[in-house]
Unconditional design. Structure first.
Length: 273
């Protein structure tokens, strides 16, 4: 039976902007947790931060050019993802080196564009640190559309992505089109990250994508159960983070990430051998 405190706690979802925020948070939590599982298994965790900075560059360009920042973020994140995978496969560069170069370069160009264009305002700050409570109906439409397509691709090729993450060389000898699927995976991750920076911010999206999976891996269960546990952790963090953010006037993205870190610490202690 709910107490009056718990009822008041959930009354905030009677507001339209909170309903939009909840819907956006749920979609992003689902996408980030599922895609994050493949990213972590491939030891590609830094790609989240790299593509987030590339998406931030797209936001800066969109603000200066007066385009929708969300669309430009998707375009720049995709271009960056393709460049990362091309450099890694064509020039046999180390993955972490490629990611570090793109991360630094994207952030540097974004800062220069913002400085020259005078676009360093509240709009850009909302993409830096997240502003889930200011998500618009148009944002929801874009997130839902691209989110559905991204989730469909992840589910359609889930077996292949898992096989490649487990052993890329064996996957190649088994006839799997590894190079094409690698481009597909980084493209999906890029889209998800570009959609997510409005919710948790470019500086924090890597945490939403990576930490729930790492926390779920502490339970040492099968792949499917790991994905489900990660999904539960993500959804719980988004919900609790939104509630705390609303009632205590805290930054939404940072609050969500702190909830995820709390879950990770608990899972680490609970499963200590």
């Amino acid at each position: 039976m709910f107490t009056s405190t718990s009822i008041n706690m959930f009354e905030m979802f009677e507001y339209d902007f909170m309903q939009r925020a909840l819907l956006a948070g749920v979609i992003i939590a689902i996408l980030a947790s599922i895609s994050g599982t493949f990213v972590v298994l491939r030891r590609y965790s830094l790609i989240g931060e790299t593509l987030a900075h590339s998406a931030l560059l797209g936001v800066a360009v969109g603000l200066v050019a007066e385009y929708n920042p969300l669309w430009s973020a998707v375009v720049f994140a995709l271009l960056s993802a393709w460049l990362i995978e091309y450099l890694r496969s064509a020039f046999a560069l180390y993955s972490d080196a490629v990611l570090a170069i793109l991360l630094s370069g994207s952030l540097a160009v974004a800062i220069i564009i913002v400085s020259l264009g005078g676009a360093f305002n509240n709009s850009l700050f909302s993409y830096l640190f997240g502003s889930i409570l200011s998500v618009s109906s148009e944002d929801i439409t874009v997130i839902a559309l691209f989110g559905t397509l991204s989730l469909g691709v992840l589910l359609l090729f889930s077996k292949e992505f898992y096989f490649i993450a487990y052993d890329e060389e064996v996957a190649k000898t088994s006839g799997i089109k590894v190079n094409i699927l690698n481009f597909v995976l980084v493209s999906v991750v890029a889209i998800i990250i570009a959609l997510s920076i409005r919710v948790v911010g470019s500086l924090l999206i890597g945490a939403l994508m990576i930490i729930p999976t790492i926390a779920a891996l502490q339970f040492r269960v099968g792949f499917l159960k790991t994905v489900l546990i990660s999904l539960v952790f993500s959804l719980f963090s988004v919900l609790v983070g939104m509630i705390l953010s609303f009632h205590f006037s805290l930054p939404s993205g940072a609050t969500i990430v702190l909830c995820i870190i709390g879950i990770f610490i608990v899972s680490l202690v609970a499963n200590r051998r």
